[in-house]
Design a protein around this ligand. Sequence first.
Ligand code: NDP
Ligand code: MG
Length: 384
Amino acid sequence: MKKIFLFGATGSIGESSLNVIKENPDHFVLSGISFNKNSTRAKDIIGNFHPEHIFTTNEKSYSWLKKENNLSNTISISNNIEELSEFLNSDNVDIIISAISGFAGLETSILSVQTGKKVLLANKESIVAGGDILIPLSKKTGANIVPIDSEHNAILQCIDDYSAIHNITITASGGPFNGISDSDLENISPQDALKHPTWNMGAKISIDSATLVNKCLELIEASYLFNINESKINLVIHPQSIVHSIVTYSDGSSLCQMSNPDMKVPIAHALSDENRLNINFRELDFDNLSLSFSAFPKNRKIIEDLAREVCKIKNGSGIVFNAANEVAVDAFLNSKIKFLEIFDVILRTFDNVQLSKELDIEKIYEIDKASRIMAKKVVESTSN
Ligand code: NDP
Ligand code: MG
C-alpha cells in the first residue's frame, strides 16, 4: 500500500488524482493534502479520504480547519514548512503529487524533491522557473520526478532508447481559438478563452492553452525533464488531443502514446510501478477515429521563439517568462488587458529584467519578484 501526499488536492489535477486513488483502494491511500481557499471541496475530500495531515498557508482556511469539529484529534494540521517537511519525510508518505498551480507550487515542489521520494509533477511552472535547481536536486536526493503533464508523460512512456532519440514532437490541441485569426481574437472575453474544447482544467492553464503559451511552457519543461536540446523538440497542432506526444528514433520509428483526453491516464501511469493499474476509462473508438496534425501557427512564432531562447540562455530567463505570463493571465482574467496583449506583456517584461548566472532559491524568488513588478508596470501602461 503506497501512501500519497497530494498538493493542490482541491484543483482539477487534484480531482483526477483522487479518482485514480479511489479506483485503486488496494494500492493507494491518501495520507495528506494541501489546499488554498476552497474549504468546501477540502471538507468533502477530508470526509471521503480521511487524510492524516492537511497543509495550508491560507489564513482563513487554516483557522477554519482548526475550528472544524472532529478534525484536530485525528488529523494533524499545519501552516508551516517545518511541520509539513517532517510529515513528508516520515513513513506516512511514499509518493508526492505536486499539483498546485503556478509559481506558488515551487516551494512545495522543492520540498518534495528534497525528500528523495517519487514526485509526480503536474506543476510545470516550477520546472520552467526552477528547473536549474530542481533537476540537480533530484539527482542529489535520488527523487524520481515523474511528469503527469500529459505530453511529458506520453514522452516518458515512448522512450525505449534514450540515446537513439532523433527528436520529440509535442502535440497541442490549439485551444478554443484554433485556426482563428488574430484580428478576430481582438475582443475575446475571459469566459470565451476559458472554454477548452477537449480538456477540463483550472483557469490559469485554460488561458495558457488558448494563447498557446502552455505549449511554450511545455517546450521548456520537456527540455529540462528529458535533458534534450530545444532544437530537437517540435510543436504541432493536433486538435483531437488523442496523440499526446511522439518520440522519433534514429532508425525512423516514431512512437506515440494515445488516449482520450483524461488526466487520469497519465496520473495512473505515473503512479504505477512495473505493472499498469486498472482505471475506469473511455476507450478510443478506432472505427470512427480521425486524427489531424498541422504546423504550429505562424502568429505564435514570436512566443515560441522566446521559449526556445529561454531553453538556450537559461540564467533565470524561465522565471521571467513564467512570471510575466502569470501576471498577464491574471490581468486578462480581471479584464485589465485584452487577450492579445498577454503576448506584449511577456515580450516587454522579458527585455527588462536582469538575469543571473548564479541561481539559488533566493535568487529565483528575487528574479520572480522583479519580473512581476516589471510585468505589472507593463500591464498598467498597456491598460491606460
Ligand atoms: P486548479 O486551478 O484547478 O487547481 C490549483 C490547485 O492549487 C488548487 O488546489 C488550489 O487551491 C491550489 N493553489 C492555487 N494557488 C495556490 C497558492 N498560492 N498556494 C497554495 N495552493 C494554491 O489547477 P489545475 O489542477 O488545472 O493545475 C494544477 C497544475 O497542473 C498547474 O501547474 C497546471 O499547469 C498543471 N497541469 C494541469 C492540467 C489539467 O488538466 N488541469 C494538465 C497538465 C498540467 P484552492 O482551489 O483550494 O484555492
Ligand atoms: Mg500538457
